[in-house]
Design a protein around this ligand. Structure first.
Ligand code: SAM
Length: 255
């Protein structure tokens, strides 16, 4: 798959492609990323890409014409028979969730527009943008971090990228629940009465009991922090009888 990123700050992306487990996806070309400097398509003589908003007010707006030129160049370079989606990141976009990430991870890629300032001339969005995505109810100064968030989440879903293929199946949201807590050495952290022990079941070697404990903790955490997810898993019939009992216990314990 190939992602084309239109940005004023392509240098923000490069470090991400050479570190951590996701670099495998970028270096192997499983997830190809081509960066496009928007200023290369700016208005002459100074490669201008932004201007003040009509109607007055603070900030600048990204101009539609440089964006149209950049998009035409990207589409020509890709030469897709079937045009891929053009995504604009925006706080007003649809919330990006794990299900959406999964769709990108299984698709042909996309063109990602990273806006700055007050955003993009609405006429460009109306005419060209297929999807607007938000990464949360807060405001960042540009679309680069949202684009990196999407690329990272897509890269770690590619086969062979995570050391253990089951890792992302256990991650939060994959099965609609939050992940359970994790522990590693030492068995006792600290000394005396203040020492914090690893939950004994994890040392028992009883794999069925360990799986049940993890599932119960995931259900309890989801019930506490994301009751919306717990209710959805229940309503969609994704919980076993043992899961439903664990959820009921967690809800009662909270009262
Ligand atoms: C300073 S913000 C513009 C905020 C815009 N005036 C608003 O209030 O919706 C500049 C750019 O950062 C990106 N951005 C900021 N917060 C974002 C978020 N939560 N999700 C996705 N993109 C975001 C968008 O590309 C946005 O156009």
């Amino acid at each position: 798959m190939r992602f084309d990123v239109i940005t004023l700050f392509p240098e923000l992306f490069a470090p991400h492609f050479v570190h951590g487990v996701t670099r495998r996806a970028f270096e192997s070309g499983q997830v190809e990323v081509k960066l496009w400097q928007l200023r290369d398509f700016g208005d002459p003589p100074h490669a201008r890409v932004d201007d003040r908003p009509y109607g007055g007010g603070p900030g600048m707006v990204l101009l539609a014409e440089p964006l149209l030129r950049a998009l035409a160049a990207v589409r020509a370079d890709r030469g897709d028979a079937e045009p891929v989606l053009l995504v604009n990141f925006s706080p007003a976009g649809r919330p990006l969730g794990q299900a959406g990430v999964g769709e990108f991870a299984a698709g042909p890629g996309a063109i990602l527009l990273c806006a700055r300032y007050e955003g993009v001339d609405q006429r460009f969005i109306d005419a060209e943008v297929d999807l607007e995505l938000s990464v949360g109810d807060y405001v960042l100064s540009g679309g680069e971090i949202p684009a990196l968030a999407l690329l990272d989440a897509v890269a770690r879903l590619q086969p062979g990228v995570l050391g253990d293929a089951r890792s992302h199946e256990q991650d939060s949201f994959s099965a609609g629940l939050l992940d359970c807590p994790h522990y590693s050495r030492p068995e006792l952290l600290g000394e005396g009465s203040a020492a914090a022990a690893v939950p004994p079941v994890l040392l028992s070697g009883n794999h069925a009991a360990i799986e049940r404990w993890r599932r119960d903790r995931a259900l309890a955490l989801t019930a506490e922090r994301r009751p919306d997810l717990a209710a959805r898993a229940e309503a969609e019939g994704r919980l076993s009888a043992a899961d439903r009992e664990a959820l009921a216990r967690a809800r009662t314990a909270k009262l």
